[in-house]
Ligand binder design. Sequence first.
Ligand code: IMP
Length: 439
Amino acid sequence: MSVTAVVGLQWGDEAKGKVVDLLADRHDIVVRFQGGANAGHTVTVDGRRYKMSLIPSGVLHPGVVGLIGNGVVVDPVALFQEMEQCREAGVDVERQVRISDRAHLILPYHKAEESVLEREAGESAIGTTLRGIGPCYQDKVGRRFSVRVGDLLRPRWLRQRLERAVGYKNRVLAALGAGEQYDVDSLFEQCLQWGNTLRPLIVDSVDYLHTALADGKRILFEGAQGTLLDVDHGTYPYVTSSNSSMSGVASGSGLPARSVSHCIGVVKAYTTRVGSGPFPTELKDEVGDRIREAGNEYGTVTGRPRRCGWFDAVAARYSARVCGVDSIAVMLLDVLTGFEKVAICVSYIHQGKELKTMPSHPEVLEECEPVYELLPGWSEDITGVRAIDDLPEAARNYLGRIERLVGVPLSIVSVGPERSQTIWVEQALVGGASGRVLT
Ligand code: IMP
C-alpha cells in the first residue's frame, strides 16, 4: 500500500483527522488536496488536543512531511498561526511542511466579499465558514484576479496581478455596500513578506510528488469536508467550492487517480451537518441534542452547533460509490452507547415512492422522509474495547448492518478520541477479502 486516500463520506467532520493520524506513520508524505482553513481536524495525542486546518495533521509524527497541494486555497494568516502551533508541538516546520507553488491564496477581500454575500442571502445563505473559500475558488476558475503561492516570489508578476485584482474587488465591494476597501501598496508589501518567509517551503508539488513516488515514498491523501459537500457530487448548492470527494485527489495534487492503491471512506456512526441544506435523518429533538452533547458536536473552526441525526446508509452508499472506496472507517461508535434502540436510514420515501438512491436535486432530498431500520442498542462502556469480537453483540450487529448497507468492508472502528481507542478490523464482518487492508 504505497498511496492511500482518506475521504469523508458524509457532510464533513467524520473524524478523518484521527484516521490520518493513525495511518501517518506508515507513510512518508501526507497531502491536503482541496479546501482550506474551512476544515478543522482535531487530533488528540497523550490527552492534548491539536486543531489543524491547513497543514496536514500527519506532521505531528516525526519525519512525516505535510504537503499543501495545488488544489488547496491558502490563507497565509491562518497558515502562519498554524505553523506556530506546529512548532510548539515539536514539528520541524522547515523540514516537514511543503506548499505547492500552484495553490491559490485567500486574500482579505475574499473574506469581505463572502461576508456580504452570505449576509445578503438571508434565509438562502449557504452557511459557509466565512473563511473566503468560495470567493477564492471563484477567482481561481475565473483566472483574471487570482494570486497563487508561486506569485509571492515574483514581484513584477505579483504587482500586476494585485493591481488588477484589488481594483476590481474594491469596485465590487463598494457596489455591494461593504465598508472595506484595500490598498494595493500595502497588500503588495504584505505579500512580499509572506513570500520571503514561505520561500523555503514552496515547491513545485507535482514534480515533488512524482519524484517521491518514483523513490518509493508512501503517500497519504487527507481529504477535508466530505463527499456530500463536494461541489460536483454533493448536495449542491449547499456544498463547499472544491471536490472534497476522491475526485479531488488527482486535480488537487497532480498525481493520477490510479496511483491511489487504497481509499478509506470515513463515516461517523451517526450523521452530522453544519450550515444549511437538506439532511433527511436530522433529529430536531432530544435525541439529536443527546448525540450533540455526547459527541461534542460543535464546529472545530466556527464553534457552531452541528445538526445531528441517525446514520444515513443511502447517503453513505452513494458517497462510497462516487469515491470508489475500498474500506470504511466507522468513527465515534462510543457516542451511541446508552441508546435503547439505534436507527439506520435504509431508504427514503419521496411523494409516496421509495427511493433507494440519493436524489440529485436538493429540493427532492429536502422532501424525502427517511425509512428507518431499528436495531437494539448497547449500554456497556466500549471505550476500552480493542478487538471487534469484544464489542457487545448489539454494537457488532450495528456495524455489520452499516457494512452491508454501504457495501464496503470495515477496516477501522473508533471508540474514543485517543489514538489507542481504535479497533483495527482484520477481517470484514461481511467477509470481503479486501477487509484485510490495513495490516
Ligand atoms: P465553505 O467551505 O466555508 O464555503 O462552506 C460551505 C459549506 O461547507 C457550509 O455548509 C459549511 O458549514 C460546510 N463546511 C465547510 N468546511 C467544513 C468542514 O470542515 N466540516 C463540516 N462542514 C464544512
